[in-house]
Design a protein around this ligand. Structure first.
Ligand code: NAP
Length: 240
């Protein structure tokens, strides 16, 4: 069985990615941190559309737990192959730099950037052995342009973009592609505190994006057809 691991698959963009990859025939490992009800709803939705999946909860910001859960799953599934990894889980804690605490800085770096290393490390070795893999990192327009009030988040996402480009070159010869998708403003729990009406005015398409519009880009990069694309950042921003 071919599997795709989607971190933060319980809600928002991650849930839509789970459904899109399940529709492509992948069995889905739905990762989440604490919201089991939402993760079960993702599993229910993908089963309803004829897909297959299972929950794999762990905190992506905890290196020991992440390694244990991923390696444990692999040891229990010697016949299965983890072909796709979507590093999607993330948080934001916005404030101006002058008010930012050390906890707000390191919490956001830990959950968005360190987690890339913690999750990808145990997965990459098996992809190297199989000489095939698709890694897609969900970054942000913040990591490309920098956004005031998001010094921590912009730094973390820019860090993941650098890591994407470097890792892509390390593993290109082994049939593994590493790309990033950079959403703009997307309708999810993460953006529900924002003034959508005011912000939409700054977006050329005059609206927030839908999770399915991000998932479609991820599904393309995860497909065999995207075999000659690596080290790229695909923006899904409505023209920002
Ligand atoms: P969301 O609706 O807030 O969902 C976040 C997901 O990440 C949830 O499934 C959550 O699990 C999981 N998660 C958070 N911290 C975790 C941890 N330490 N370990 C494991 N899972 C964790 O977020 P979203 O809007 O879909 O965002 C998804 C990704 O897109 C993030 O990387 C975000 O930075 C990026 N992004 C979003 C937007 C946007 O406008 N929404 C724009 C640009 C980039 P629980 O359900 O268990 O809490």
């Amino acid at each position: 069985m071919k599997y795709a691991l989607v971190t933060g698959g319980s809600r928002g963009i991650g849930r839509a990615v789970c459904l899109a990859l399940a529709a492509k025939g992948y069995a889905i490992l739905i990762n989440f941190k604490s919201n089991e009800g939402a993760a079960l709803e993702t599993l229910h939705l993908l089963t309803e559309q004829g897909g297959k999946g299972e929950l794999l909860p762990f905190d992506v910001a905890d290196p020991g737990q992440t390694q244990e859960k991923i390696e444990g799953w692999m040891a229990g599934h010697p016949e299965d192959v983890l072909e796709v990894l979507v590093n999607n889980a993330g948080i934001r804690q916005d404030t101006l730099m002058m008010w930012m605490t050390t906890q707000q800085w390191s919490g956001v770096i830990n959950n968005n950037l360190d987690s890339f290393f913690y999750v990808t490390k145990p997965v990459i070795n098996s992809m190297l052995l199989k000489k095939y893999g698709r890694i897609i990192n969900i970054v942000s327009v913040s990591g490309i342009r920098g956004v005031p009030g998001q010094v921590n988040y912009s730094a973390a996402k820019a860090g993941v973009i650098g890591a994407t480009k470097a890792l892509a070159q390390e593993v290109a010869r082994r049939g593994i592609t590493v790309n990033a998708v950079a959403p703009g403003f997307i309708e999810t729990d993460m953006t529900k505190d924002l003034d959508a009406k005011a912000l939409s005015g700054m977006i050329p398409m005059k609206r927030f994006g839908k999770v399915e519009e991000v998932a479609a880009a991820v599904a393309f990069l995860a497909s065999p057809e995207a075999s000659y694309i690596t080290g790229e950042v695909l923006s899904v921003t409505g023209g920002i």
